[in-house]
Every structure is written in structure tokens, then in C-alpha cells.
Design a protein around this ligand. Sequence first.
Ligand SMILES: [Zn+2]
Length: 232
Amino acid sequence: MNSRKIILIIVLLIALAAGLVFIKYFLKSLAIQSQNSMNRNSSVTGSQFQSSEPESLQETQVQNSKAALSPPIGNWQARVVKKPFGIKVSPTNSPVQPEKFSGYHTGTDFETFPDEADKDVPVFAICGGSLLVKEYASGYGGVAVQECKLNGNDITAIYGHLKLASISANEGQQLAAGSQIGILGKGYSRETDGERKHLHLGIHNGASIDIKGYVQTPAELDQWIDAAKYLK
Ligand SMILES: [Zn+2]
């Protein structure tokens, strides 16, 4: 009787183990099937079967697309940037002559091509958000300020040296990322307050409006963001 009981228990244990192995493989094949069908449909149903790897990949992609800004001007990668973000200039030491400003540059300057001198050069919203200000300002000529979010944080985008009359949106009006704000002002005219034809793009941290093109200390420069880091 005793040895029969032992044999019975062993047989039961083997059957149990075999059953567990079978269930494990059965579940695995179910998961693979559901993942395949998800890839085909690209729908997000039955996500409990999805492995963590593709999920984290998707998260990274979403974060990247959130952080990227739309190009402010056509063919921006090919444009010369005489004054990059943060460069310290003075009237005697500047890549642009003559120079009337001094301090740390709070924005990025995108130069125009020689054949654009007499052409309309459109400027586009780098992000989605409402137009806060359009005005004529000393040092800029026409300037537009737009409120946006970058990585979930409030920022304001400053578009300088625009032809003020070309900015058709009203203050408070929503601008989609990539939509046209206006065109660049004519070089060395009142439209650019006497500056060469180019776009000054500044990004200021926070929701407050500050259109300074230059600041006098590195600590002040910390309130500004390098747009080039977010253009792709
Ligand atoms: Zn500038």
C-alpha cells in the first residue's frame, strides 16, 4: 500500500509539472499572436499582452515629438547663423558689422540667402499657441511674441525683424505649429529697425513677456533657451 501511494504521488507530481509547462507555452503563444495582430492593426487593444519593450519605445517617440519645434523659416538647416544663441558681442567684437548691440545674444539669428533680398521670406510658428503681442519695437522693427509649451513647460517665442503689417493674426489668436506668422522685414529699413534682413528667434522661459535680444550676465541668459537644440 505504501509504495503504491508513493508511486501515485510521483505520477501526480509529474502530471502537474507537465500541465504547468503546457500552460506556460500556451500563454506565450497567445501573447505572440496578440502582438502580431496588434502590429497588423496598429490598434491599442489587448495591451496586457504587450511586452514592456515596445511600450517604452513608443514613449520615447512621443517624448521626442513633444520636444521638437517646427522650423521657423524655410531651409533653416542651410542658413548661415552669424549669431548663435548665447554669443557675447560688442560693437568692436561682433561677427556682424556695424554692430550697435552688446551683451549675450538671447536668440538664434537665421540669415537670408542673397537672392532673398527682394523676395517675401515667410516666418512660421515653431509651436502651437496664441499670439500674445505684435508690435513695433526698438532694435527689431516688427516683433511677434507667441505663448507655447516646450516639454510641458510654459515658454514664449520671440520672432524679430518681421514686417509688422504682414502679421495678419490678431493678438490672442491661436497659431498652429508651422502656420505662417508673417514675412521678414526689408533689410536696412524701418521694418527691421535698420538691421540686415534676417530672423531673430528667441525662446524665453516661462509665461512672462520679455523681448530682450541681449542680456548682460550669464545668469540672465539662463532664462533663455537655445532653439537650435529643439529643431530637427
Ligand atoms: Zn538676434
